[in-house]
Design a protein around this ligand. Sequence first.
Ligand SMILES: CC(C)(COP(=O)(O)OP(=O)(O)OC[C@H]1O[C@@H](n2cnc3c(N)ncnc32)[C@H](O)[C@@H]1OP(=O)(O)O)[C@@H](O)C(=O)NCCC(=O)NCCS
Length: 147
Amino acid sequence: MAGAAEIEVHECRAVTDELVEAMQRLIPQLSSSNPPPGRTELEEIVASGATTLFVARHRDRIVGALTLVAFRIPTGVRTRIEDVVVDEAVRGRRVGERLSEAALETARRLGARSTDLTSRPSREAANRLYARMGFEQRESSVYRYTL
Ligand SMILES: CC(C)(COP(=O)(O)OP(=O)(O)OC[C@H]1O[C@@H](n2cnc3c(N)ncnc32)[C@H](O)[C@@H]1OP(=O)(O)O)[C@@H](O)C(=O)NCCC(=O)NCCS
């Protein structure tokens, strides 16, 4: 089993077969309604200046992923954490925390003063993780227009 020290988090700069296969395994553990990204979509994520894909590795296996989104708007640099997922086999070992810390470090480096994320209340583990890390709930309405 993974100990915290055995987990390495790094930014993906290239799309490998291993990454494509890992996302096929991980994304269904996050969303049943969105299919996992294929090579083309992953290449788009990795090539984009707006997104940074982080993966967590335990020995020879990718066991988690997180995408940081960063963009400039008139009021400053905004960053968002998206699509955080850790393989069921290693949950509860702070892999999610390590991924989030890596994202926060990059967000800071990019000049952001805060990082946003949303998580449904039913995602209990995720909500515990973010609260423990110091994310604070904001009073704001979240809207979605379905296209
Ligand atoms: C949310 C998620 C990324 C957390 O990853 P993780 O590496 O397990 O995170 P942590 O080890 O830091 O644990 C987070 C919390 O969940 C709890 N938890 C983790 N795995 C668990 C498991 N298998 N069973 C029960 N609780 C678990 C931990 O105890 C911890 O709570 P605590 O702070 O009260 O101790 C992971 O559970 C996951 O991928 N969930 C499904 C996808 C998802 O909800 N993503 C977030 C979208 S916003």
